[in-house]
Design a binder for this molecule. Structure first.
Ligand code: ATP
Ligand code: MG
Length: 325
């Protein structure tokens, strides 16, 4: 048995509100459509990963930035409902909260436009203001689609305090998308968790696939990360560290909606790793969370609880029990 104590995770990731309208057909340029249903849902790697770690029994702080608008209130309310500490959810009053506008047609196909808003204003000073909570965490989980200087500051801060770092090196989209080499600090991460496309991007390959994942993982380890976990959707993931490379297959589930799978995976990985320093076990636990997130509509509302994750693992005869409440 693991010792009973509450593991602690700090999540640094973008906060968004998804404004989704259902319509019969997604209009193309110059057309208009009439909506039949509307929903507002807090989402983004920040809230989703923080909620997932909290659902796994961790004490969670989110470091992120919202605007001075009504959407910020929605995000705060949702995070509080998931028991996520928002003491360091900063506000940039002159900005808007990050927004995702989604149109969903009768067949369930999406058209999506994302506006990063206050997320692009997260600065190193914000990270410094949160140094105390970072220093007290077991794991600092960072999502890459944020200003690079803030990410670098977070990695440095965690390292100074001996806090483990898990980094998803996704890059911000749009015109501000940084080109070229990632900062050297990214390779100080304990675990780097790119998906196949991100892995190809970092290592300057045309495309990555299940066959090259091992090679890419080794390259990332050679560049300094303690472990590389390359996620490949329903093809599972490749874990590479100094002990070798292992393919961890995905769980077979009935696919309903893939939104949130990457965040469920990352949040659960951080929660497990906060308790036990075993990357392969943590990846199995996280894979169950990623798979379960695919079985329900939505992202934050589709995240599985720790009990649901453990049930799926037990169904496959995998006996993992992270500590915590
Ligand atoms: N269809 C699926 N069936 C079972 N497991 C899945 C499925 N999709 C994802 N997973 C699990 O979740 C993990 C992360 O998924 P994926 O590689 O798609 O991340 P991602 O591309 O970062 O996702 P996102 O677009 O949400 O950021 C996978 O390695 C796998 O374990
Ligand atoms: Mg992802």
């Amino acid at each position: 048995m693991m010792p009973e104590r509450t593991p602690s995770v700090v999540v640094i990731g973008g906060t968004y509100v998804d404004m989704a309208i259902r319509c019969r057909q997604i209009p193309s340029a110059g057309q208009s459509a009439v909506g039949s249903a509307l929903s507002y849902t807090p989402t983004g790697p920040g809230p989703n990963q923080a909620a997932q770690a909290a659902l796994c029994g961790c004490q969670v702080h989110l470091i992120s930035k919202v605007g001075g608008d009504v959407f910020a209130q929605m995000a705060r309310k949702s995070l509080a409902d998931f028991d996520v500490n928002i003491e360091h959810l900063f506000t940039s009053p002159a900005k808007n909260t990050g927004i995702v506008v989604t149109l969903v047609d009768a067949l369930g196909e999406n058209a999506v436009c994302t506006y990063s808003g206050a997320n692009s204003a997260l600065v190193p000073q914000d990270i410094q203001a949160a140094e105390q909570v970072i220093s007290e965490a077991d794991v600092c989980l960072i999502h890459g689609a944020l200003p690079q200087e803030a990410i670098v500051a977070a990695i440095r801060c965690a390292q100074v305090h001996g806090v483990k770092v898990i980094l998803n090196p996704a890059r911000p989209m749009g015109p501000a998308r940084p080109q070229g080499e990632l900062p050297a600090e990214y390779f100080l991460a304990d675990i780097l968790i790119p998906n196949l496309y991100e892995a190809a991007d970092i290592t300057d390959q045309e495309a990555a696939n299940i066959h090259t994942a091992k090679l890419i993982g080794s390259e990332l380890v050679a560049r300094g990360v303690r472990a590389a976990v390359i996620t490949m959707g329903k093809r599972g993931c490749m874990v590479v560290d100094r002990n070798g490379a292992d393919h961890i297959p995905a769980f077979g589930v009935e696919l309903v909606d893939q939104a949130g799978r990457g965040d469920a995976f990352a949040g659960a990985l951080a929660a497990y790793y906060a308790v036990k320093n075993d990357v392969r076990e943590a990846v199995k636990f996280a894979s169950a969370a990623g798979a379960l997130a695919c079985t329900k509509f939505g992202s934050i509302e589709a995240l599985p609880t720790k009990d649901e994750i453990i049930q799926l693992l037990q169904k496959e005869d995998i006996d993992l029990l992270p500590g915590g409440r």
